[in-house]
Design a protein around this ligand. Structure first.
Ligand code: NDP
Length: 251
């Protein structure tokens, strides 16, 4: 039910953090993990790590906020593999500032990286998935899809948008055999949150106190949900937004 042998899984931002955690899980279940990022060296190192573990992986460089780059990326996927079974829209950034200090360019950079990229990649993946009569889309939101944060206006807006966009995809493409779901990670220890911990005083203590599990999440905590949402086990699950947060959203 969870077997992914023969499947191709593209993970944006798959060269580190949560993306690499999910890509590893998908590859361990049998998929070929296609890691997409902008930093070729980081991607090559991540591919080597997975291959050293006996897993199937390769990488492609693209800025997923760029329409032409996304078109070229999916043309390469079609050319190399002739199929795309699983798309994980995970690439994301944040810029921490109070709303009154946020520049328009900063707002756009976050929205385009976190939300527009998902639109561009889903639209480009659709013909491949429709042709196959099946497909799995996993969009990475956040617990900040549900809660606000005073220093993260465009991040919260983009992550709230991911949930609503996922519901639209689910409705539009259900009859094509494509399921689209969102995953809402809680506080996970990655490069992104290293920055937050350095910038936001008391964040570490607040996260530990507020998270019922009593710890930060780890990238590998996201592997199980990725495999579930990528496999036949979730064929009747679509349009959902699932927290993976050590109980944060329930508290
Ligand atoms: P990281 O900063 O560790 O990883 C982000 C990844 O996105 C990098 O691999 C980066 O690769 C890639 N990326 C960024 N911009 C682009 C772009 N324009 N085109 C292609 N790739 C891009 O972050 P996390 O692993 O922490 O976050 C992953 C996702 O999870 C994000 O969407 C984030 O919002 C979400 N999330 C994270 C949480 C956490 O606590 N860590 C909590 C909730 C959600 P490269 O540098 O090579 O471009």
């Amino acid at each position: 039910m969870f077997d992914l042998h023969g499947k191709v899984a593209l993970v944006t931002g798959g060269n580190g953090g949560i993306g690499l955690g999910m890509a590893r899980g998908l590859a361990q279940a049998g998929a070929h993990a296609l890691l997409v990022g902008r930093n070729a060296e980081k991607s090559a190192a991540a591919v080597r790590q997975l291959q050293d573990e006996g897993l199937q992986a390769s990488s492609l460089e693209a800025d997923v906020a760029d329409e032409a780059a996304v078109a070229s990326l999916f043309a390469q996927v079609d050319g190399c593999h002739g199929r795309l079974d699983i798309l994980v829209n995970n690439a994301g950034i944040t810029i921490r500032k109070p709303p009154e200090q946020m520049a328009l360019d900063e707002w756009k950079r976050v929205m385009e990286t976190n939300l527009t990229s998902a639109f561009l990649c889903c639209r480009a993946a659709y013909p491949l998935m429709k042709k196959a009569g099946a497909g799995k889309i996993i969009n990475i939101g956040s617990i900040l899809s549900l809660f606000g944060a005073p220093y993260a206006g465009p991040y919260c807006a983009s992550k709230g948008g991911i949930v609503q966009y996922t519901k639209s995809l689910a409705l539009a493409w259900a009859r094509d055999g494509i399921q689209a779901n969102a995953v809402l990670p809680g506080w996970i220890d990655t490069e992104l949150t290293e920055g937050a911990r350095a910038q936001v005083a008391g964040l570490n203590e607040r996260v530990l106190a507020r998270t019922p599990a009593g710890r930060w999440g780890r990238p590998e905590d996201l592997a199980g949900i990725a495999v579930f949402l990528a496999s036949a086990a979730s064929d009747f699950v679509t349009g959902a937004a699932i927290p993976v947060d050590g109980g944060y959203a329930a508290a």
